[in-house]
Design a protein around this ligand. Sequence first.
Ligand code: NDP
Ligand code: MG
Length: 388
Amino acid sequence: MKKITILGASGSIGRSAIAFLRMHRDKFSLDAVGFGSDWESAATIVEEFGCSAVSFADEPAAKAFRASGRAGACEVLGGAAAAAELAARPVDTVLAAISGSAGFPSVLAAIEAGNRLALANKEALVCGGPQLLGRAKERGATVVPIDSEHSAIFQCYLAGRPHEVAKILLTASGGPFRTWSKEAIRKATPAEALRHPNWSMGPKITLDSATLANKGLELIETAYYFGVDENRIEVLINTTSLLHSAVHYVDGTLIAMLGAADMRNAIGYGLTWPERLPTGVDLIDLGRIGRLEFEYVDDERFPCLGLARTALHAGQGGTMMYNAANEVAGRLFMTGAIGFTDIAAVIDKCLATDTSRFASALEDVVAADGEAKAFARSIAERHIAEAA
Ligand code: NDP
Ligand code: MG
């Protein structure tokens, strides 16, 4: 039996992971689960899996869960440090599926403890930079990517040696506004941005898919995880979301990974690697699908992708700023304070400053992320005032 901890268990990735564990109750036990505030989901999961511990970032939610009488023998932790406390406890795999840089402390804690990490929380890697993986190496913590593209690239890397890789092909769906005009995109509403054509995901990543900031974060994730320069990472839209990414080798071979647009595939692989188990995802029928369609990304309509390249050139302070500006501007868009194209404008303005001041040691990432977000808010306020 492999012991698993899932942080972000009520989210889109967390729920898919739990569905996978439910299929293989003889092979996995769900030892601990972490949440923001959703204690009712926690109660259902704890009752079903008999978890030993649960955490809530939100202290009142922890109190409400204790008071509900549904915790049984399960230990209940609450507060900002609770998820990191769970991540540090020895298990076979910690699945990091909290959304945004809020997941960083628990990712670092899992690594420090030498736990095997199944990493969905890309923002943690974007903030921590290459030093996060350096620390994982020192601590003997294996990090397996869960993001579908990175899971695909990871699998394509098994076909050759790292020094034989010529280029990485990172694919994108193009999001809901792929065919929209620049003017229509400018007027896009939060409801329209949350209508993804191919994937069902949490709200933050769905918005990021509409701006292509998600592909920007993934470009940075690819550069850091696989240790390649951004100029060796090509991004193409695969409108059908079937080709999850690929690797070009120096001999002209292109190794690609294909599968249905269903995260259970990458989640299952991340939890079972180097083995495979059924995930409940159907085999794809290429004859019925007929064609795989590719397009280039239009940088003019979707500037967030190119801005990620700028951020990478600026180093870890730059990628920290990219993530912070995107989180801040994304929230402002969702509350109606700024328009859709202002998200890229705010990121652009933030990156036009000296971002090296946000470069930080792993121990200081939380503080630097807070400073980068405060700076992004000040830039956004000025941007709003200028537009008025
Ligand atoms: P969701 O918004 O669906 O879920 C987020 C989860 O994190 C919830 O369980 C939430 O708990 C919890 N949470 C939020 N804030 C905190 C906090 N401060 N401390 C502890 N827990 C918290 O997100 P997704 O599942 O969509 O995404 C999770 C991560 O996986 C992201 O980094 C995303 O980029 C990545 N990813 C997601 C994919 C997808 O298909 N969804 C695909 C590839 C990557 P509560 O419900 O209580 O608020
Ligand atoms: Mg992805």
